[in-house]
Design a protein. Structure first.
Length: 478
């Protein structure tokens, strides 16, 4: 029952089409019955009268006896028209039984004139034409009228019987035709409803080349266009949300950067101010020398911080790199040699990279700063009497792996991603014991991101088995 309801919904267009078709067929049959009942006999009599008048005109127009004889025989054998021709009550030609039919009195008609009558005689109902021929003779043309009322009644019964069957057949065909039209319409309605609900997975599957198929293709085209447009809008919205989040993070980073700069500059400025104010009152030369050394160290520290901040801002603003081919091994050794006095203070064993040249393509000035930051960081965190080593190793994918390793305490795993942030320090109190500025590794991250090359840090073991930390980068060789 449910399947039947689904196939023939109560308020479907199918029933309207079915009702209209059934009504048209029923009206057509009713009109046929009415015409057959009330209009058939008058039409039939009118046709008979027209025919018999035409026969009179044909006989009257005959100019020879042969032509007249031929016309009379044709009327007798083909048109079932009986003919009687007489003059002065003498029959000249007749196809009727003279004993069963008496001639009328002399008709009062002009030459070429005629009169029509409906007769009822022994031969049955008939239409008779009395005419006055041009040669002076009189003519009677008689054609029988069938029992038209009985024929009409029989035909009406036949029409009701056959028409009823035809009506049922027409209703069945109308139902099938209506369903063949409404099924595609229901499919189109379902697709349109899904499109309205922003569900573009459905499509019109009906075939054909008619208007419904064209409408289905148009809806499918509209659905695909809407899907692409909405997808583009969603992607644009996601990109906009991502841009807003990035902008928010950048604003927060800028605020944190300014706060950290203020914090980092406040301490050296306070120290310089304090020592500078006390310097005139110091008479001991050794103390004066110590005060001056503190002022120089803090000034150098602020200068280094400002240089690194300027470099970071230039890279972040998208300043173009000056890419050139150079020997990174030679550059690495030069930086290590320049920092040798610092390594002596911590009594660390410094192991330079192998002397084999390794040529890379990069901005040599910025890569020098990266290596200096890595080595300075190693100097600050190496254990007393530990190892600081540098390696330059070519890889199979056309790059050179450059690393700085120092023995010391490992970095906690959760802090590894954070050390690249500006002013982030593993010691939360911003310890000044190493004299670092807090932005060296963030400068490294910005430089390597500008080069679009890998960089990172990992906890490992030194060759002697002690815990160590290794910072690395990779550069292209071609």
């Amino acid at each position: 029952m449910q399947k039947l309801k689904n196939a023939f919904p109560a308020h479907s267009l199918l029933w309207r089409l079915f009702g209209c078709t059934a009504g048209c067929v029923a009206v057509f049959l009713a009109v046929l019955l009415l015409l057959n009942t009330f209009a058939l006999k008058p039409y039939y009599v009118k046709q008979k009268q027209t025919h018999i008048v035409a026969a009179f005109d044909s006989i009257n127009a005959c100019e020879t006896s042969d032509a007249l004889q031929e016309e009379l025989e044709y009327l007798q054998y083909n048109d079932t028209v009986s003919v009687v021709i007489w003059a002065d009550r003498q029959i000249l030609y007749s196809t009727l039984n003279q004993q069963r039919y008496s001639l009328p009195a002399r008709p009062d008609l002009p030459l070429g004139g005629y009169s029509l009558r409906q007769l009822e005689d022994d031969n049955g109902a008939a239409i008779a034409l009395f005419g006055h021929l041009n040669d002076g003779a009189f003519i009677l043309l008689r054609t029988p009228i069938a029992a038209i009322e009985e024929s009409a009644a029989v035909f009406n019964r036949f029409l009701l019987f056959c028409g009823g069957g035809g009506l049922l057949l027409a209703l069945g065909l109308a139902l099938l035709l209506s369903r063949s039209l409404t099924v595609p319409l229901r499919k189109l309605s379902r697709v349109a409803e899904n499109v309205a609900a922003l569900d573009f997975s459905d499509s019109y599957t009906g075939g054909g080349r008619d208007e419904l198929a064209a409408l289905g293709k148009s809806i499918d085209t509209m659905s695909h266009a809407l899907e692409e447009t909405i997808t583009e809008l969603k992607n644009a919205n996601l990109r906009l949300q991502s841009d807003i989040e990035v902008k928010t993070r950048q604003n927060e980073a800028h605020r944190a950067f300014i706060a950290n700069v203020s914090h980092e500059l406040k301490t050296p400025l306070a120290l310089i101010g304090t020592y500078a104010e006390s310097l005139p009152d110091i008479e001991n030369e050794q103390s004066r020398a110590e005060y001056c050394a503190v002022i120089r160290d803090e000034t150098r520290r602020m200068s280094d911080m400002l240089r690194r901040m300027t470099l970071l801002m230039q890279i972040s603003s998208g300043e173009q790199l000056t890419v050139e081919r150079f020997d990174v091994t030679e550059l690495f050794c030069n930086v290590m040699q320049r920092l040798t006095p610092q390594f002596a203070d911590c009594r660390a064993t410094v192991i330079p990279p192998a002397a084999a040249p390794q040529f890379v393509f990069a901005d040599s000035f910025l890569i020098e700063d990266v290596l200096q930051n890595y080595l300075t960081n190693a100097f600050h965190h190496v254990t007393a009497g530990g190892i600081i080593s540098g390696t330059v190793t070519p890889t199979a994918n056309g790059t050179v792996h450059i690393a700085v390793l120092n023995t010391g305490n490992p970095i906690h795993e959760e802090e590894l991603p954070k050390i690249w942030e500006s002013f982030y320090k593993v010691d939360k109190a911003h310890s000044r014991s190493y004299g670092g500025s807090g932005i060296g590794l963030s400068v490294v991250a910005a430089i390597m991101q500008a080069h679009r090359m890998p960089y990172g840090v990992r906890n490992c073991r030194a060759p002697d088995g002690k815990t160590a930390v290794e910072f690395y980068i990779e550069l292209q060789t071609r």
